[in-house]
Ligand binder design. Structure first.
Ligand SMILES: [Zn+2]
Length: 98
């Protein structure tokens, strides 16, 4: 019985390391995604051809992402959103400006 617990403990520390690696990768990928959406570069550009202004297109994509229940603000970009977020709202309100 003790041996099994030790095995499980070893597995658990492996899993913890793995999770840590995944978290770091996730953060990198979120940053990459943010750059692609906000910068209007990369493969995501072809997604919505309805908008002629690249800035409008980027904002439309952010709005869509927000409506799907994700943060689009710098603080929590890409994280699941359970409530309204002031930072996201402030970001999206700039759509109609200028
Ligand atoms: Zn937010």
């Amino acid at each position: 019985m003790e041996i099994k617990i030790q095995d499980i403990s070893k597995d658990l520390s492996k899993i913890k390391k793995y999770v840590h690696t995944l978290e770091e990768e996730n953060i990198k990928l979120k940053g990459e995604l943010a750059r692609q959406i906000l910068g209007g570069e990369g493969e995501l550009v072809s997604a919505g051809a309805a908008f002629t202004n690249p800035e409008d297109e980027g904002m439309a994509r952010l709005t869509r992402l927000y409506e799907q229940g994700f943060h689009v603000c710098n603080l929590n970009f890409g994280a699941k959103r359970n409530d309204q977020c002031l930072f996201c709202a402030a970001l999206l309100q700039r759509t109609g400006g200028d």
